[in-house]
Design a protein around this ligand. Structure first.
Ligand SMILES: NC(=O)c1ccc[n+]([C@@H]2O[C@H](COP(=O)([O-])OP(=O)(O)OC[C@H]3O[C@@H](n4cnc5c(N)ncnc54)[C@H](O)[C@@H]3O)[C@@H](O)[C@H]2O)c1
Length: 244
């Protein structure tokens, strides 16, 4: 799909990866970018930057841990934009600190709500919108390389990410049937605020790899949108090892 003239929604838009992806969409000619996040100030700053790039920016302040609020936000984004062609379900949180098993159940539930339930809501509603309008579309769900193996210090995060990977992979037939591509994206460690860089367990990892940048992830998102052959299978973006 050519990004030029398309209408897109990015959740978690105020954060590292979402912000870079929203800017990438505007730079590549998206006509409208709906920006959704709980961080209202971050949304306002980003909307000004998107406007300067010549795209229309619409903001949606929302707490995606509240499923009713999530449903209302997707409805509003579809209506206000005039119909979404690209949906990037991206907002997420980690379970700690403190790390498992000292984490708390409320945070575990919130991680599941935001990382899994809200992404499933956004995928299902996006598919409904695109089918109703009879148009092709691309839905990208930010999972993680944490979906691909165990994460002993944050099992709720790994479970939520493996869940959205399974959901997205299961949407593969929608491509042949309706022209709607659902693509799970699995970034490895990326330099954004979600990464607790002072956590002891992360130190050996941080010392051995080069952190990805949000802009590198945005380049992959652009490739996913533009490559009409990609559907259902995970796009994994790995860290390069640092030279010893
Ligand atoms: N940074 C990494 O190493 C990494 C690796 C793999 C996957 N991811 C995933 O990438 C996505 C983006 O994360 P990021 O790295 O940019 O981190 P980030 O913390 O910079 O961005 C996350 C965004 O989600 C928003 N958010 C949090 N709770 C919310 C809520 N209840 N309602 C609405 N918005 C909410 C935050 O305000 C923030 O803007 C997440 O799904 C994350 O799990 C990140």
């Amino acid at each position: 799909m050519d990004i030029q003239g398309k209408r897109a929604l990015v959740t978690g838009a105020s954060g590292g990866i979402g912000r870079a992806c929203a800017l990438m969409l505007a730079r590549n000619g998206a006509s409208t970018v709906v920006l959704a996040d709980i961080d209202e100030k971050g949304l306002a700053d980003l909307a000004a930057d998107i406007g300067r790039l010549g795209a229309e920016a619409l903001t949606e302040t929302v707490d995606l841990s509240d499923s009713a609020a999530a449903i209302a936000m997707y409805e509003s984004a579809e209506k206000r934009s005039g119909g979404l062609d690209i949906i990037h379900n991206n907002a997420g949180i980690m379970g700690g600190p403190p790390d498992f098993p000292d984490d708390n159940i409320g945070r575990m539930i919130a991680a599941t709500q935001i990382n899994l339930i809200a992404m499933m809501i956004g995928t299902k509603m996006g598919v409904d919108f695109m089918r109703a309008r009879g148009v092709p579309g691309v839905i990208i769900n930010t999972a993680s390389t944490a979906a691909l193996g165990p994460l002993p210090k944050d099992p709720a995060y790994a479970a939520s990410k493996r869940g959205i990977l399974a959901y997205s992979e299961s949407c593969k037939p929608l491509h042949a049937e309706f022209g709607i591509r659902v693509v799970p994206l699995c970034p490895a460690v990326t330099d954004t605020p979600i990464v607790a860089k002072d956590a002891a367990w992360l130190q050996p990892i941080l010392e051995s790899i080069r952190l990805l940048t949000p802009e590198e992830i945005a380049r992959e998102v652009r490739r996913i949108i533009e490559d009409d052959g990609l559907s259902g299978e995970a796009v994994v973006v790995n860290n390069e090892p640092l030279a010893q």
